[in-house]
Design a binder for this molecule. Structure first.
Ligand code: NAD
Length: 279
């Protein structure tokens, strides 16, 4: 049966981007969050993003009309797939996923956009772990082409095929990863960001110069500290912790300054301040 309705749980940075690309591909989207305020912000942000693209007003309205906002898990009952994009905390995600599983049909694929948690561990508390899979979008979702598809120990081939088919429908490119901390991209990227924080913390160069160095010297589109601000410093720290714990290797220890900034609530663009300041 072809997919018509997708549930997206969590309407923050990633959830609103996922909702936008799914609705743009013609899918009905049920966007769920605990916070009404986040849902309203998400819709405003999607509207703004669509406004930047050369779309007919009627097309834009049709995309927006396909997105239903809700704080009630009951809205997920018709979904053929649910993509969880809630806050990156194990206990919170386990609870959210268990609630999702109570409402959806046994055929529904439940996917998580986690950056750092184990797909196998999240699956273990679900009634149908074989229908559970990692679908790791990148930020900003409407712009970034890649989706990492992450198979847990018990993920079955149908769930995998359905996620790959969704990615094709969204015009994204997939790579497949085994369930290991950081999967592929973050395993390589986040230690590089952490090293940039250590260089900054040691006073070797300013944040602007560190970013310029990697943009102009390595052809990176965005410097590592600016990228950390875009991802969210709390998310970067969570990924480092999972690499550190997952591999028991001190090379992944988070830079103390990163921990300090997160403790201060300076999480990057989403709070207006991180390594750089934002309006
Ligand atoms: P965010 O903080 O912007 O948004 C999280 C949202 O989850 C918030 O709107 C919050 O209200 C909602 N939420 C919290 N508890 C909930 C619950 N019980 N039920 C429903 N909604 C709930 O976070 P984000 O950056 O969008 O990250 C979401 C997920 O995507 C995380 O797993 C993160 O690791 C992953 N991710 C983030 C990035 C990135 O660059 N930010 C990239 C790839 C993957």
């Amino acid at each position: 049966m072809s997919l018509t309705t997708v549930g997206v749980v969590g309407a923050g940075t990633m959830g609103n981007g996922i909702a936008q690309v799914c609705a743009s591909a013609g899918l009905t989207v049920k966007l769920l969050d605990v916070s009404r305020e986040m849902l309203d912000k998400a819709l405003a942000s999607i509207e703004k993003n669509l406004g930047r693209r050369a779309l007919e007003p009627a097309h834009k309205l049709a995309v927006l009309a396909r997105i239903e906002l809700s704080t009630d898990y009951g809205c997920l009952q018709d979904a053929g797939m649910v993509i969880e994009a809630a806050t990156e905390q194990l206990a919170l995600k386990q609870e959210v996923l268990q609630r999702v599983a109570q409402y959806v049909s046994p055929q529904c694929v439940i996917a998580t956009n986690t950056s750092s948690l184990s797909i196998t561990q999240l699956a273990a508390k679900l009634p149908l772990p074989e229908r559970f899979i990692g679908v790791h979008f990148f930020n900003p979702v409407p712009v970034m082409q890649l989706i990492e598809v992450v198979r847990g120990l018990r993920t079955n081939d149908q769930a995998y095929a359905q996620v790959v088919a969704l990615a094709e429908r969204l015009n994204k490119v997939t790579i497949t990863s085994t369930n290991r901390p950081g999967f592929v991209v973050n395993r390589i990227l986040v230690p590089m960001i952490n090293e940039a924080v250590l260089v900054y913390q040691e006073g070797i160069a300013s944040a602007e110069d560190i970013d310029s160095a990697m943009v102009l010297g390595c052809n990176q589109p965005l410097g590592p500290l600016a990228l950390a601000d875009l991802i969210g410093l709390d998310t970067v720290l969570a990924i480092l912790k999972s690499l550190y714990d997952g591999f028991n290797d001190s090379k992944y220890r988070p830079a103390p300054l990163l921990k300090e900034l997160v403790a201060a609530g300076d999480l990057g663009r989403k709070t207006g301040r991180g390594f750089h300041a934002y309006d």
